[in-house]
Design a protein around this ligand. Structure first.
Ligand SMILES: Nc1ncnc2c1ncn2[C@@H]1O[C@H](COP(=O)(O)OP(=O)(O)OP(=O)(O)O)[C@@H](O)[C@H]1O
Ligand SMILES: [Mg+2]
Length: 291
């Protein structure tokens, strides 16, 4: 579904200043996958989502989504792409909800824009996200979690093949976050829609099969559910409380990896940019050169 290679995004702030928000990011997402993206503030998560959603254009590299080349796509095709291929869910609903319309009218809005409007489908979507009992409610009367579920129904209005969610549980409590995640899981299972969720929430990432970590505009590591590697009997041997996920470093297209700052500090690498690297007993060792 998503093929992203050496993706760059440079924002020009003024004549002399620019920010490199993505610096050679690699990412692959399979059709029908539901995965997470984490990373500290400013690491480039929203920038990546904006590129994937066609809200902004990448500066260089390769990016195809659902077979469409988002670096070469024409402006006209991009409008169609945003309307038909992707659906967005934001932390702050104000961006895609109209407060003086009812829940069902809000879901119908993107259908109207596309010119294919069906009340029954809007109702179906609201039922799917567990809001079937509040079809006619004005949005002002709904709670944060309920609004978020309406926002998910809206994102599905035009049957997108990809849902992009930026901090969808950022402004709700833990229990509501669980409900919202369950909704995403159901949509993923029942509609087969590919879902990419940006989150800070470890409660959410624990429930996903794959989470990609971004550091300084590059994919640095992937947290993958252990069962993807282990045979079932091996897994059964483990303590019930054993870790369910394992973190893997990502090799980029030039075979580089990022070494976490805390690992370097742990071996005393603070004011040098050199380490010793050797293969020892089938392992690659990174050592302090003064060792
Ligand atoms: N439109 C823009 N113009 C200039 N710089 C931008 C723009 N959008 C993002 N940036 C910069 O790009 C970098 C990445 O920003 P981005 O919003 O992608 O981070 P993020 O990982 O989503 O952070 P957060 O977790 O705080 O939402 C930051 O340094 C940010 O200041
Ligand atoms: Mg962000």
């Amino acid at each position: 579904m998503i093929e992203c290679q050496n993706l760059m995004k440079i924002y020009k702030i003024d004549e002399e200043h620019e920010v490199i928000a993505l610096q050679g990011l690699d990412l692959q997402v399979e059709k029908g996958e539901m995965m997470g993206i984490i990373g500290s503030s400013g690491s480039g998560k929203s920038t990546l989502l904006n590129m994937l959603g066609g809200l902004d254009r990448p500066s260089a590299g390769k990016l195809t989504v659902d077979g469409k080349d988002l670096l070469r796509i024409s402006d006209r095709e991009l409008v169609k792409y945003k309307l038909e291929t992707v659906g967005f869910v934001w932390q702050n609903n104000a961006r895609n909800l109209i407060p003086y319309l009812s829940a069902i009218e809000n879901v119908e809005m993107p259908m109207l824009i596309k010119g294919r409007h069906k009340r029954s489908r809007a109702q179906e979507l609201l039922e799917m996200v567990g809001m079937g009992h509040r079809l006619k409610s004005k949005l002002g009367s709904l709670s944060g979690g309920e609004l978020q579920r309406v926002a998910i129904a809206i994102s599905l209005a035009n049957q997108p093949s990809l849902i992009l969610a930026d901090e969808p549980t950022g402004s709700v409590d833990g229990e509501t976050a669980d409900v919202i995640l369950d909704v995403f899981h159901r949509l993923n299972r029942e509609l087969g829609v590919t879902i990419v969720i940006v989150t800070h929430d470890t409660q959410l990432t624990n429930k996903m099969d794959r989470v990609v970590a971004i550091r300084d505009g590059k994919t640095s590591s992937e947290i993958v559910r252990l069962s993807h590697f282990l045979k079932e009997e091996q897994e059964a041997d483990e303590d019930q409380q054993a870790e369910t996920h394992v973190e893997l470093a990502v090799l980029d297209s030039a075979r580089r990896i990022q070494v976490p700052e805390e690992y370097l500090e742990a071996i005393g690498i603070t004011n040098t940019n050199k380490v010793r690297m050797e293969v020892e007993n089938g392992k690659i060792m990174i050592k302090n050169p003064s060792e």
